[in-house]
Write a protein that binds this ligand. Structure first.
Ligand SMILES: NC(=O)c1ccc[n+]([C@@H]2O[C@H](COP(=O)([O-])OP(=O)(O)OC[C@H]3O[C@@H](n4cnc5c(N)ncnc54)[C@H](O)[C@@H]3O)[C@@H](O)[C@H]2O)c1
Length: 357
């Protein structure tokens, strides 16, 4: 029997609440299929760990996590710990240490999810964002000179290496080719006269290797407008770390809200674990109330099943989410329902059982 080892970092706020439901679903799928087994190991890393130990994870945390097939993460960040510490010392540390250079965020409006746009059909919102996840504007390079003085200067450098730019664009072309869909590059070469001119040049170079893939290229400001006005233009999309971060939140608003938005941080060479997470944060305003929407976290569990090679199982989980939305009976308050987090998880597992049995 195939066995997959999953490191669970439930994290802060609503993180543990939504992760519990994702694990409930994963265990349920594994129990219904005798072909594979999932083992979960919990790590207490996050802001509470920081409050006790003065660091977000163990000093050898990365070495400990390295042995796993995947990491399943809830959310990190809580009042009392500066966000740049919780982000850089845990989330970004994991993404960078394990070279998870591909961030995959589906922006697909499932049947039953709220369509927020007028003059747009539900099927028109079906994009797959591939965001560069290892360098670019989030390289962390820069300086803070003459702190607090009159001549204070802050430098935040974007880093676009040939290797980093080429590999993400090539990954996007491979995905578009496999899915038989067009590929759109989003950049900003008119204003960012080095980094984005280079990005566009590499996109053009790599595109010559994929004559079968239809391409388009937009400036990020135009892309933001077109995602609202004419979303069907976008199928597979490749963009930089910062632009991808912002546009996928816009995408989340288009595709049913933050409670439905999932993301996978992939190491395509598979020499280190990949990480699966909902894209929302720890939502301190509703933490502990049992009303957080677990669907994004369950969707990211479905991405994990895809990554393990169990695409049919991943699709069943996604179909179950869609059926739950169509039923519109067991939903959390952010989706105008009255159900609790765990009631939503229970209903998803019931639907999966009805599909699989
Ligand atoms: N990947 C991550 O771990 C991640 C991502 C974003 C923010 N954060 C951190 O989370 C903390 C809070 O950040 P924020 O308030 O800007 O963003 P947030 O995503 O936590 O919350 C924004 C709003 O959306 C709501 N919301 C979010 N997820 C929800 C869910 N599953 N169900 C129902 N409602 C949900 C919240 O109640 C809040 O009103 C900060 O410390 C931030 O740094 C972490």
């Amino acid at each position: 029997m195939k066995q997959f080892k999953i490191a669970v970092i439930a994290g802060d706020g609503i993180g543990p609440e939504v992760i519990n439901e994702g694990i409930k679903v994963l265990k349920n799928v594994a129990e219904l299929d005798s072909g594979f087994q999932l083992d979960f190991t919990y790590f207490p890393y996050g802001c509470e760990f920081y409050a006790e130990n003065g660091r977000m994870m163990d000093d050898d945390g990365i070495d400990k996590l390295k042995a796993f097939d995947a990491i399943y993460l809830g959310a990190v960040g809580f009042p009392g710990v500066p966000d740049h510490i919780s982000l850089w010392e845990l989330l970004l540390k994991i993404r960078k240490s394990f070279d998870q250079y591909v961030n995959i965020r589906p922006v697909t409006l499932l049947k039953g999810a709220h369509l927020p746009l007028v003059d747009v059909k539900r099927e028109d919102i079906d994009m797959l964002f591939i965001r560069e996840n290892s360098e670019g504007e989030y390289s962390g390079a820069g300086d803070w000179l003459f702190k607090g003085q009159e001549n204070e200067v802050v430098l935040q450098n974007g880093v676009f290496s040939r290797k980093g730019t080429e590999r993400i664009i090539r990954y996007a072309f491979e995905t578009a080719k496999k899915e038989g869909r067009s590929l759109t590059s989003i950049s900003k070469a008119n204003a960012l006269n080095y980094s984005m001119v280079f990005w566009d040049q590499v996109f053009e170079e790599v595109s010559r290797e994929y004559p079968e893939v239809e391409t388009a290229s937009y400036l990020v400001d135009a892309a933001a407008m077109l995602m609202i006005k004419d979303p069907k233009r976008f199928e597979v999309v490749v963009t930089s770390n910062l632009f991808g971060d912002i546009l996928t939140d816009l995408g989340a608003a288009l595709a049913g809200g933050i409670g439905l938005a999932a993301g996978a941080n992939i190491n395509p060479q598979r020499d280190s674990p990949s990480m699966f997470e909902p894209i929302h944060g720890s939502a301190p305003d509703i933490a502990g109330k049992g009303i957080a929407n677990p669907l994004a976290s369950i969707w990211s569990a479905s991405q994990m099943l895809d990554f393990f090679g169990y695409e049919a199982h991943g699709k069943i989980v996604l179909d179950a989410i869609e059926q739950l939305l169509l039923e519109a009976r067991v939903l959390t308050p952010d989706m105008n329902g009255t159900a609790s987090t765990s009631e939503v998880g229970d209903r998803v597992t019931d639907i999966i059982e009805s599909i699989l049995l």
